[in-house]
Design a protein around this ligand. Structure first.
Ligand code: GLY
Length: 351
């Protein structure tokens, strides 16, 4: 017989969004159970580049208030995870060189002398760069630390636990898994690229595959993120430089195809000529949760007592702290720090 669990909030999805929300809710005194069909932090949350790209010109303008608020929350977010887990999760870089139009536009153009300070290995080629005050983390640091922090905070994390059915009871929700029956006041869909599943309410989320690779490079040659329209380079400070990424609509396929990652690698090597490509290739793929307007889906679902927090597309790592905060605020009837009007699940008319 299935064991029973009664919690205030059940969260489907043990990636960075679900676990960060679990932490936030625990901080507010609510009991939580996170259900993850595989292993926590093992899909897009781990595969990500980890750039906290607040001012990436490729982001939709409507995302900016969420990005700014999340970046402001990042120091306390990381400090809490570190304190609870006992594991370090440092900012690996604190500045970014963003490609801009030759005539500028993003702020002051980075001079050759400035570039030589933080990125002496960079060959700017024909690109003009502007400095942005943005950080990056290595998602590998969070992979162990965030689940450990949730458990240390008193949250229940159920791995290899797929949601089989969801039923509303009027007073709450009953979720069936293979081993558990979980009764909760509320259920939140934080399933990333898998959030569009029928059981969870059918929001229009599609996987957008990103292939990534690690180059090797002496750490002193690159100590900031470099981002152009075609490639980004994220140094980890230990000789690895993570580069990415492809943008592919390939369903749930997560295989690496060297013919597709190769042009990204070549673009990175042109920018950082002293870097080398390890053999065998150190490459992987992740599935971003894409939405029709490239904006996240944050808010109440049609189904009573159900919520969505998904669709973070290219910015799930950056947006985790603010998502946890505004979702907790909305779920508890408070006014969110950032208006969620633009992110409502209702904007698609489906759910
Ligand atoms: N956050 C960068 C990417 O999605 O490739």
């Amino acid at each position: 017989m299935n064991s029973s669990l009664v919690v205030d909030v059940a969260i489907a999805g043990g990636g960075i969004i679900g676990l960060s929300l679990a932490l936030e809710l625990r901080q507010r005194g609510l009991s939580v159970a996170v259900m993850e069909r595989g292993h926590a932090m093992s899909s897009a949350s781990w595969a990500a580049g980890g750039m906290l790209a607040v001012n990436d010109p490729q982001n939709p303008l409507k995302l900016l208030p969420l990005c700014i608020r999340s970046w402001a929350l990042y120091p306390s977010y990381l400090a809490r995870i570190e304190a609870l887990s006992g594991r370090p999760v440092p900012l690996r870089t604190q500045r970014a060189l963003q490609e801009q139009k030759p005539e500028g536009g993003l702020g002051g153009t980075a001079t050759a002398a400035e570039i030589a300070e933080l990125a002496p290995g960079l060959d700017p080629g024909g690109h003009s760069f502007a400095w942005l005050d943005e950080g990056s983390i290595d998602p590998n640091d969070l992979r162990e630390a965030l689940p450990a922090a949730v458990r240390a905070a008193g949250g229940t994390l159920l791995e290899e636990t797929e949601v089989l059915s969801v039923e509303t009871t009027g007073r709450g929700i009953v979720v069936e898994t293979l081993r558990e029956r979980i009764s909760a006041g509320m259920l939140v869909n934080c399933c990333g690229a898998w959030a569009g599943g029928r059981r969870l309410g059918g929001v229009p989320v599609e996987p957008v595959k990103g292939q990534m690779a690690n180059l090797r490079c002496a750490p002193e040659l690159l100590r900031c993120v470099v981002r152009t329209a075609g490639v980004y380079l994220v140094p980890r400070g230990d000789g690895r430089v993570t580069i990415g990424a492809t943008l592919e609509h390939a369903g749930f396929d997560e295989t690496v195809e060297s013919s597709l990652i190769r042009p990204v690698i070549d673009a990175a090597l042109r920018l950082l000529p002293e870097a080398s490509l390890p053999s065998p290739l150190d490459a992987w793929a992740g599935l971003r949760p894409g939405t029709p307007d490239d904006l996240p889906i944050l808010g109440a679902a049609k189904l009573e007592n159900c919520w969505h927090a998904t669709g973070h597309y290219r910015d799930g790592i950056l947006l985790a702290p603010v998502t946890a905060r505004v979702m907790a605020q909305a779920m508890l009837g408070e006014t969110p720090d950032v208006s969620l009007d633009a992110f409502s699940p209702a904007r698609f008319g489906s759910d």
